[in-house]
Design a protein around this ligand. Sequence first.
Ligand code: PBG
Length: 336
Amino acid sequence: MVTFPFLRPRRLRKNKLVRDLVAETTLFQDDLVLPIFIKESINEPEQITSMPGVYRYPPNDKLVNYVQDSYENGIRSIILFGIPSYKDEIASSAYDKNGVIQRAVKIIKDSFKDKIIVITDECTDEYTSHGHCGLVNYNNGCYVIDNDESLKIHAKIALSQAEAGADIIAPSSMMDGVVKAIRDALDGAGYNDILIMSYSVKYASIMYGPFRDAAYSKPAFGDRRGYQMDPRNAFEALKEARLDIEEGADILMVKPAHTYLDVIRLVKDHFPEYPLAAYHVSGEYSMIKAAAINGWIDERTAVLEITTAIKRAGADLIITYYANDIVRWIKEGVPF
Ligand code: PBG
């Protein structure tokens, strides 16, 4: 006589050892990429008001020490964002060979050689007086972003980052054709072994707010909706990803992450053979942090649940301001 219920899924959740044995998704420390802000005009690290626990670093030994601490903790991959002292209409400090990012890449590479992967965000917004991700043409009080002229600048920036020693260039402008423009420039200069991690599927998201405070990169006028994707669209992500693959991207990215798990799953299902990054962005960080500071949420469990969900959705790597904390928490043992 079989008693009801015959099928008992709860057996697999019986205790932590059984749950660990059958878990489908595990977060590893080498899945994580740590973002670092580097500001040219400071000598000491300064905390970012809207991102408690995240700092801007000067391009000096303070930065090297922070990378060293992160390295000892287990971080093997970082993505750098530059905050220059000088901005103009054409982002000239973004391709200056003594620019803030070039200097930062050099000192990190001098100290760490090939022990750590250095990724550089490739964009113009932090370097331009107008704060846009391309060049702006003004016309009777109106403005347009000049896509094709912008490509030349993006190629120049990418090349100068490669010359400084970057391992991976990450174009984040969402300009049409930017991946090919960069690939051609890198190959033309003999940098055919430098990878491109494209922000292929980047939404025009309110979640970048704290980053723009951190990097002083809010557009001076208008917004980014003319180049970043519309949050209402999911299938359009496949078009963007496909074009970037055709243009030569090595790694694709969906950004933000937590708010776009459906898109991560969609892109991974359609292009499983391409590594997929997901960027857990500043606003996603700050929301958890604010709740944690107020004692409204258990930060460790919340962060591990969310980042594991991002991986479960299909991300192979996760860019997150929580990277160092996650590495520590993984070592302590996950709470599931
Ligand atoms: C552009 C760039 C942005 C972010 C990464 N690269 C800002 C933007 O598009 O406005 C945002 C990342 C975050 O919010 O954490 N250089």
